[in-house]
Design a protein around this ligand. Sequence first.
Ligand code: SF4
Length: 240
Amino acid sequence: MVMLNGGKKKIFNKYMDEITLKRYISQHIELFGNELYMPTDYNGETKNNNLPHKYKTLDSFRAAIEKCEKCNLSNTRNKFVFGSGDPNADLLLIGEGPGEEEDAQGQPFVGKAGKLLDKILAAIGFSRDNKVFIINIVKCRPPENRNPLLSEIEQCFPYLIQQISLIKPKLIVALGKVAGQTLLSQNMMIKEMRNKKHYFNSIPLIVTYHPAALLRNQSLKLDAWEDFKHVRDLLGSKGI
Ligand code: SF4
């Protein structure tokens, strides 16, 4: 049974603020019943320990949720998009939701925006199969590429939490306003979220533009490049 009073609340609050904590626990109970998994170490020392016994790997978790029908997006999707990359990634990139090509292929960021993201990653010495994992806030395509509804995000959010718990990245990069606002639980403009080191469940978090926004507005590319140089520095010699 999860208790939210006394000393336990204090311990939980070491990792997240109260709003995020309440949302995390209610969604986690919905997904896993009263078995509460609380990440205890994001430094990579306890990878794959202390997990709900059903989901010790990303593959087993994917198998458990790939037929999800929790929200209406299941009615219009072609393919569920779990995410892809290195299961031991240091860098976790989080977009908002699959687009048309992602929905057709079942893979994240495979359209024009994905190709641009690949170039950006290569420019800072990363690739999506090497120390990088890419996921979305919602796993099914919102029709006409609209933003996911809050209700859809809330239904899908426990999956994101579990993915982060399994991957244990050293750094999260939120791509775009929807991902940034969801992870920060704040209704901020992207320029307010950029240029700051935030935290999500004690993991450093950077917010930058979605690659699709860079394709629409070339003038944002310089700012995005500064953000990704910062990512490179955080994960490189300057450390986190
Ligand atoms: S978007 Fe998430 S919650 Fe909704 S059906 Fe897809 S996997 Fe399930």
